[in-house]
Design a protein around this ligand. Sequence first.
Ligand code: IMP
Ligand code: MG
Length: 187
Amino acid sequence: MVSPPAWNRSSEPFAELISAQAIAARVAELGAQITADYAQLSRTSDIVVVGVLKGSVIFLADLVRHVAAPIFVDFIGISSYGDATLSSGVVQITQDLSRPIEGKHVIVVEDIVDTGHTVHYLMENFRTRRPASIKLCALLHKPDRAERDIKIDYLGFTIPNKFVVGYGLDIAQQFRNLPFIGYVQGS
Ligand code: IMP
Ligand code: MG
């Protein structure tokens, strides 16, 4: 077995918040929950897992391997205007889904629900496309920052009001590849 890369923690601008082991255990639980919840569907081929680019990619890749059902994976690209660390609430679709979701059972996979503006916009947009059902799966939630009331059907972890990186999440497009979730010191 090759060990994961050793990050030189003391010289990096972040400290570990959630370990790779804790993430793996929680992701397995979420996958099992999703498997159980969708098991009774007569046509499981109608499940569409939508990853929100780019932050959800690593989470989604691990999660879907714990979902024991036939699924279709799709992605949507969005950008929110304004400062990278402050959500403006103005969201634009930069890359749309590759197929319609009408009549499908959709599971939206997000990295983090912060103010909630992005997910609010996305869920409203998807609802107009008339899916059979729609649920939200988010790895992280920062309730202290909530500006929208968002129902998260499958949640990994509730975290304090700190800026986090790793396991898909970035700061200025950096550190998505950390195997753990770290918080930016001083944030
Ligand atoms: P919102 O504030 O809920 O709309 O979150 C918008 C987006 O900001 C999320 O999907 C993330 O991509 C990003 N974001 C929010 N908080 C963090 C963080 O702590 N680290 C990295 N990205 C974040
Ligand atoms: Mg995001």
